[in-house]
Design a protein. Structure first.
Length: 146
């Protein structure tokens, strides 16, 4: 008897994500929840204002550029947290195939944190920002893309 493959669909951006299981023409939220990361302003995540310095040749002052882009840092942490969820599910054989839909930068962050074994189950990567689509709209979108 032919066994139906379990296909998971990760729809994510840098601050929110949903994981679905694809059943024919419908999607069901795997965990029943949306994942939401910290999407803080730089002033909330790091320092209030960058430090100030003086020119050595004249009395002009200028602001130093922060060494860390806190907004980007939180997006990378969020991608790593999503990958931890996927890795744990993969260890328990909860899916056979994986489709990842996210903006190019987030897609790269996710790809960088997944193990080779989990990456081997990725059947499609779609570099788009579609986290705001409803489940019904996502089904239509996947039918057109795949």
């Amino acid at each position: 008897m032919f066994k139906q493959k379990k296909t998971w669909v990760l729809v994510a951006d840098g601050a929110r994500a949903r994981i679905f299981i694809k059943n024919y023409k419908k999607l069901n939220n795997v965990t029943g929840q949306d994942y939401v990361g910290d999407n803080l302003k730089d002033s909330d995540a790091g320092t209030d204002r960058p430090g100030r310095g003086y020119e050595s040749a004249n009395p002009a002052r200028h602001a130093y550029q922060p060494r860390t882009d806190w907004h980007q840092y939180h997006k990378e942490l969020f991608a790593k947290e999503l990958c931890d969820v996927l890795e744990k599910a993969n260890e328990h054989s909860e899916f056979d195939e994986l489709i990842i839909i996210s903006p190019p930068k987030t897609l790269g962050d996710i790809r960088g944190h997944l193990s080779k074994h989990t990456l081997g189950k990725v059947i499609a990567e779609i570099p788009k920002e579609i986290t705001k689509l409803t489940e019904h709209e996502l089904v239509s979108y996947l039918d057109n893309e795949l």
